[in-house]
Write a protein that binds this ligand. Sequence first.
Ligand code: GTP
Length: 781
Amino acid sequence: MSHIRNFCIIAHIDHGKSTLADRFLEITKTVEPRRMKNQYLDQLELERERGVTIKMAPVRMVYKAQTDMDKTRTDADNKMEAQIDTDKTLLYENLTYKIRGAVFSVRKQLGLGHKEIIYQKALRIEFKKIGLNFEQEKNIDVFYDKQKVGVYRPDFIIENKILIELKTLSFIGPQEEKQIWNYLRGTNYELALLVNFGPRKADIYRIINQSRENSPQLSASSPQLSASSPQLSASSPQLSAYILNLIDTPGHSDFSYEVSRALAAVEGAIILVDATQGIQAQTLANFRMARAAGLKIIGAVNKIDLFRTPINANIDADKRGLKTVVGELADLIGCQPSEIYKVSAKTGEGVEELLKAVIEKIPPPAPSQQESALGRALIFDSFYDNHRGIIVSVRVFDGEIKKEDEIYLKATKVFSKIKELGHFSPQLKADEVLKTGAIGYVVAGIKDPEEIKIGDTLFAFKNQEKNLIFSQPGLAGYSQPRPVVFASFYPENSDDYDLLKKAFQKLKLNDSALTFELEQNELLGRGLRIGFLGRFHFEITAERLQKEYFVKIISSFPSVAYRVKTLNGWRIISKAEDLPQNFLEIQEPMVDLEIIAPSIYLNNIFPLERAYRLTDIKIISQKEQIIIRAKMPLRELISDFNDKLKSVTEGFGSFNYILTDCLKADIVRVDFLISKKLIPGLSRFFIKVEAAKEAGKITKLLKKLLPRQQYSQSIQAVINNKVVSREDIPALKKDVAGYLYGGDRSRKMKLWQKQKRGKEKLKEKAAAKIPAEVFKELLRR
Ligand code: GTP
């Protein structure tokens, strides 16, 4: 386990995550050179087509290298690792079990984030409660060359058998483990527990001392500590093989839920910044998420090759630019500029050093916290395979998961048996076992998407351990993100509803942020009302359904959800057709917006204030960048705000947001009628002052898009029964009486009357039919 590193690459969109992952795959020879292609981990057709990552992608790499850690490796280190890894007999099992119980009950009652002394006092109470004999902060002499040079005071000695050392560190690295082991191996004690109340969880590390028999004479009554410094191994350092589990993540803000799930499965993250762009909004947002998850963060500046090309004539200015970005990233992380790695993911410059830093700086996974042999893993993703059924991606936190084990999914209460398990290479590669710390996949013959919940805990057990699983706590999991954009999807052919539903459920397995409910539309038939995390998420979902599941869909306009007060109380409404005429008040969702851009674009950004209804604006200058914080209605954000900001800042501006409250707004419902018949699915919400103008644009567009018919068609936009805009499409002319020569007026009249009746009939029927292309085209504008 000490040779496993689990990490993510996080960054703003296009800063080079997938390209950096390519270089890692090459260095570690994970992918054969002949199979290698750019952005290898972007496996979805849509990702490759758009050049954008939308799914997290795990891959296991094996890297044999001599790191700085290997250079200072000692025989003692090797021995310690061997002993920790072979602690299979669980020394003092019952006693350890009781201590664990005490630690977990303190964590549960106190929570995390307190000082060490608080945990010490709470544990004392807990130990007393469960009747453990303990000594607290007892002095143990430290000897050097048979002379006392100091004392060591473990936090507790339990039953004169187990030493306990408490920490409140963000992570426990090899150094901390080594320190305790050094103390322990000079004593008569065999077992120490290093208990860390970290920012995310409480970890217990078992450190055992099996070298006691070989130790120098020790007095049984007063155990001594050997203070001899570790000897450097005389033999030349060996190359160590490390298992590096990398999860590449998307950069777009609509997919930050993917990032947050990946972060919960790893111990560290590389935060990558494009040197020509500097820190951008998603750099900040992803950094904050990684920090909150308690991860070790390594900073790297990418695309340094661009400072070496002749195109950049002003080399000095570019060098200054690079220095500024490195400085800004160091400030953000809270480290020295010299600790920021400078790489070119494109040419490979500096990439191997960065990979070594992953090994040296990111801690290995914490040892298992469970006393029982149960395997306990977090389900962080899932997908559907036509042959194997549902495949879940897991991070094993405790114990082992073996082929043929039974499994129990805690949230959905599903039992099944493992058929296959393995790791991502990045293709699925079967293994016999996944041990603590591993990232891999599990297939258990589950076919129903309802039985899988992302964030759920998977327990693996043998039949005789079945009774244990119900008493074990689940892992923390994830909270379901809140959808902010809603739209209805209908099959283009209304008979294909079941196809659409099945396809959507499979897609949802792979995109757990999606929510849905069933929907019925007069014209379009049965469909799904879907909640998305943003406009881009909506567009990608529509495209994935068509590309990966071959379902042709018609989509309604995406909308945000409003809070509406009616005589019967408040309701949430995202579909304009559902807004009653006599509502009392409407409130729209607001966001706290954060724009980051180089300060030279400040004047270009100002005009966005009125156009997108920004309020409470605050501007913060940071060296050559500005941060603009403001409040903004969500409906403006999901319009063309992103494109506009990019265009006024020449691509250098970016934004991030968090959903806040709802505020009263002047919003009206606009219906569209064709030949006086309401077209369901076309109604939209508009801001009152803009409604007539915007409605006018849509009626004009409809006039352009709707095919001419044998009869005339009127297109009307209506607010509260009042027509605010109208267009007419004249009928196609056909002279039905043309072949009649002469003046048989009454026959001609008859024919004209018949034509008129026929047109009326056609009108009746045809008004209820809007071509799918028209819906799609309207949506595009
Ligand atoms: P998303 O996943 O869509 O957020 O993008 P990403 O962060 O994975 O970026 P990606 O690796 O797709 O790279 C974006 C663009 O930058 C591509 O055109 C890459 O070829 C280019 N790129 C990446 N790294 C470098 C680099 O070191 N130097 C240069 N010159 N270009 C790079």
